[in-house]
Design a protein around this ligand. Structure first.
Ligand code: CAA
Length: 258
């Protein structure tokens, strides 16, 4: 498929989607979100892909929802067309691991998009913010909900009420970001991590994702019960037999994603 606002690339079992509206620092408009959703769902359905990276440019992962295309919209219009929900929720349908590789600005919807991914790896120049308050709106793509879960209520309030930017070091310290790399190395490092994940048994990576995400949606006892059932399910896969046999026989495992 040919896209106008994103670039896609496949290296082995790793797919990389690059947001590509450089003239507006990857501001997220309808077309970009439609294309991003289509690419995510295509790679998710592709049996040859084991991990997906979403990234932007060195200067901007994404500077937020497209303000120019939002400025004149009315309540009636955004409510009627369910603005944000329609094409921003494709990410939640993806069952394979998705890594956000963030360099530069991840602001507003850009920060929210990164948080929709399963983990965030950042360059040392990354800057995260929820600056919507300065535009007279609140975050609309999950920022007020995912930020307090990812960092803390105190820091989420601080960021959403002031709109200030948080640098990569603070984001890593706060738990928003898993790892920070020098800007020039970000993509190389994240691709290596994605390859490691893609080489794991696919059904098991999908179960890890489903189990960890369940921690956000349920009580501890229900989450532990769900984890236990998925853990039991692993024993029905060929990859569990192979992984354990390979350990005992002191040889590398040959997973078949079955
Ligand atoms: N939407 C539309 N266009 C944007 C944009 C956005 N979110 N962010 C940047 N741009 C455009 C600018 O208008 C500018 O275009 P022109 O060259 O035509 O003037 C171009 O990108 C480059 O931007 P700047 O000249 O401003 O670059 P800078 O380096 O001086 O500043 C910046 C960079 C600090 C990121 C600044 O552009 C900025 O503050 N952007 C807006 C950030 C923002 O408020 N994001 C939240 C949007 S609301 C939202 O996301 C709602 C939600 O929850 C879903």
């Amino acid at each position: 498929m040919s896209y106008k606002t994103i670039l896609t690339e496949v290296n082995g079992k790793v797919a990389t989607i690059t947001l590509n509206r450089p003239e507006v620092l990857n501001a997220l408009n309808d077309q970009l979100m439609d294309e991003l959703g289509a690419a995510l769902l295509t790679f998710d359905a592709d049996d040859n892909i084991g991990c997906i990276i979403v990234t932007g440019s060195e200067k901007a992962f994404a500077a937020g929802a497209d303000i120019a295309s939002m400025a004149k919209r009315s309540l009636q219009d955004v409510y009627r067309h369910n603005f944000i929900s329609r094409n921003w929720e494709h990410m939640q349908k993806v069952r394979k691991p998705v890594i956000a590789a963030v360099s530069g600005y991840a602001l507003g919807g850009g920060c929210e998009l990164a948080m929709m991914c399963d983990t965030i790896m950042a360059a040392d120049n990354a800057k995260f913010a929820q600056p919507e308050i300065k535009l007279g709106i609140i975050p609309g793509a999950g920022g007020t909900q995912r930020l307090p879960r990812a960092i803390s209520k105190a820091k989420a309030m601080d960021l959403a009420l002031t709109g200030r930017m948080m640098d990569a070091a603070e984001a890593e310290r706060s738990g928003l970001v898993a790892r920070v790399f020098p800007k020039a190395d970000l993509l190389k490092e994240v691709k290596a991590i994605a390859k490691d994940i893609a080489d794991m048994p696919l059904l098991t990576t999908m179960m890890v994702k489903e189990a960890v995400n369940t921690a956000y949606e349920t009580t501890l006892s229900q989450g532990i019960h769900f984890e236990r059932r998925l853990f039991h399910t692993c024993f029905g896969t060929n990859d569990q037999k192979e992984g354990m046999a390979a350990f005992i026989e002191k040889r590398p495992a040959k997973f078949t994603n079955s």
